[in-house]
Design a protein. Structure first.
Length: 214
């Protein structure tokens, strides 16, 4: 088995995302991604750092990990397509594309308030068994919940104050609530676009977490 596949198998067995492995090994995320894609072969310090982060001997990365017992012949027809589907969903390209899609779905706030939470949550829930998608989805959803609560909470507060001023005969800054709301909406879009661009490059920890609710 190629070293790239062996590393991927050990990482999945430990339940680590690429970001978590890179942090534990004190390597860049790009380095881990290149190794798992077979674009780079780790040697010396890099190989030792990966083995230490996975708590396995260095030799384990150069040999094929133990595989489960073979399934009965009758199950092969159904097991192979399922395995191929799981492998395709876990490939770096598929993960990046899916995380980009989750960020793209957050633009639903432009159509309906709350869609920026509901749509990403639906996509995240479908594939949260994949470590990278689980962590990126949590970060995205926590940020969306925080942004939505702050934006609409402050908007309602400003609107209430404005209505009070109108009844008091002092309609000052009557457009303030609307200006604030549109300003927050306008700032939100570039943040999502930047996060999508970074996700395509394999960087998922871009948006601030806000409150850790998930």
């Amino acid at each position: 088995m190629p070293l790239a596949d062996t590393l991927l198998a050990h990482r999945k067995r430990k339940g680590l995302s690429q970001e978590e492995l890179a942090e534990a090994a004190r390597l860049s995320l790009r380095t881990v991604q290149r190794i798992e894609k077979g674009e780079s072969i780790p040697r010396g310090f890099t190989l030792q750092a990966l083995a230490a982060a996975l708590a396995i001997p260095v030799e384990a990365l150069t040999t094929e990990p133990d595989s489960p017992a073979a399934s009965p012949p009758d199950d092969n027809a159904t097991a192979e397509p399922a395995a191929n589907q799981a492998l395709s969903e876990s490939s770096p390209e598929a993960i990046c594309s899916y995380i980009v899609l989750m960020h793209l779905s957050a633009f639903g706030y432009l159509v309906f308030p709350g869609a920026n939470i509901a749509l990403p949550w639906f996509l995240w829930h479908r594939r949260k068994h994949i470590p990278e998608i689980r962590e990126a989805g949590r970060r995205l959803l926590n940020f969306q919940i925080f942004w939505t609560a702050v934006t609409h909470g402050v908007f309602l507060l400003l609107l209430t104050l404005q209505i009070g001023l109108i009844f008091a005969g002092r309609p000052w800054l009557i457009l303030t609530p609307i200006v604030f709301l549109f300003g927050m909406y306008a700032l939100h879009a570039p943040l999502l676009l930047y996060a999508m661009w970074q996700a395509r490059r394999g960087h998922f920890a871009v948006l601030p977490m806000g409150l850790r609710l998930l």
